[in-house]
Design a binder for this molecule. Structure first.
Ligand SMILES: [Zn+2]
Ligand SMILES: [Zn+2]
Length: 348
């Protein structure tokens, strides 16, 4: 099917070079679904791409980007029995193949043929057939599109928090009060943490953490956070520590904040080719459990959307501004300079 229709989409050409352009509107083929994007939310990953650019060789510029979105089905390809035109849906940003060795072992987040979908900052997004089958969900009528868009980061956080085994009565320390740290806060609270301590360098973000239920907020620029965590836990350290920044220095700091026998979830992705130092004594005599976590699986996408829909996890406060697609560049500039913006909802 040939199609001469155009749509608006944000294209990234390089560092801070983001343009809204007219591009061909995608046409659907067998098994595919075309969605009118109603809301796309900004994410730390997108901000990194905007600020530093893509890792060279990984992807060809210019390219569409953005990966957290929700919208309405406007067209379905041949052979599609679900969803229907008009249905409110979200999908992606990943779809495992279900056939590779990792998938067959149940490690869907480690799929060797993972399909990724970019292009949320656009009027329309075409969802590939595999993604329609394994990672697309219907959004209940009462859930705003912008909140449904946050399903993706929440799905990653849920998997991490379950892996770290946050339990009823735990004291949890979270390093970083950005979007991911705040989602960890909301999740840990729901999982029954008795006390949650959040650290960050920015007071405005710490205020937000307190508003969302943090029991203690510690400014890492003014206080020795490791010392402070010890003080706040009767000298022991936290049962679970979650690093949500992605810097080797804070990964190392996380190890020192955990109590003996505690768990450290190193969640934030660090820059390439970085390493951390771990005290063998602390790991051995301290009986520490150190966990890495990458991405998530379709099950958690479904769980995340259910938790947002039921109101069990309220993601609304994370959306601090709304902007039209034409102002996307301004949105990212704002995220770099603003101290109080967490996520901006883009409405194409
Ligand atoms: Zn994201
Ligand atoms: Zn696979």
């Amino acid at each position: 099917m040939k199609n001469d229709e155009k749509m608006l989409a944000a294209m990234i050409y390089g560092v801070k070079d983001l343009r809204v352009e007219e591009v061909p509107k995608p046409s659907v083929e067998h098994g595919e679904v075309l969605v009118r994007v109603k809301a796309a939310t900004t994410c730390g990953t997108d901000l990194k791409i905007f600020q530093r650019g893509y890792v060279e060789g990984v992807i060809k510029l210019p390219t569409v980007f953005g990966h957290e979105w929700a919208g309405e089905v406007v067209e379905v390809g041949e052979g599609v029995s679900w969803p229907e035109v008009g249905m409110r849906v979200r999908a992606g940003n990943s779809a495992p193949c279900l056939r590779c060795r990792m998938c067959q072992r149940g490690s869907f987040n480690m799929c060797e043929n993972m399909m990724w979908l970019w292009g949320a900052y656009a009027e329309y997004i075409k969802v590939p057939a595999r993604m329609v089958l394994v990672n697309m969900q219907e959004i209940p009528e009462h859930v705003p599109f912008e909140e449904a868009a946050i399903t993706e980061p929440l799905a990653c956080v849920l998997r991490g928090a379950e892996k770290a085994n946050v339990k009823l009565g735990d004291t949890v320390a979270i390093i970083g009060a950005g979007p991911i740290g705040l989602l960890h806060l909301l999740t840990a609270k729901k999982m029954g943490a008795e006390k949650i301590i959040v650290t960050d360098l920015v007071d405005e973000r710490l205020d937000m953490a307190e508003k969302l239920g943090a029991d203690e907020a510690v400014n890492a620029g003014r206080e020795d956070v490791v010392q402070r965590i010890k003080e706040l836990t009767g000298g022991y350290g936290a049962d679970v520590v979650i690093e949500a920044i992605g810097q080797p220095s804070t990964w190392e700091q996380a190890l020192k904040m955990a109590r003996k026998g505690g768990t450290v979830l190193e969640f934030g992705g660090c820059p390439p080719n970085t390493e951390i130092r771990v005290s063998t004594e602390m790991l051995h005599y301290g009986d520490l459990t150190v966990i890495g976590a990458f991405h998530t699986t379709p099950t958690y996408f479904k769980k995340a959307l259910n938790l947002i829909s039921s109101g069990a996890i309220n993601v609304k406060p994370l959306i601090t501004q709304r902007m039209p697609l034409t102002k996307i560049r301004e949105a990212f500039e704002t995220l770099i300079t603003s101290k109080k913006d967490v996520k901006i909802a883009i409405n194409p």
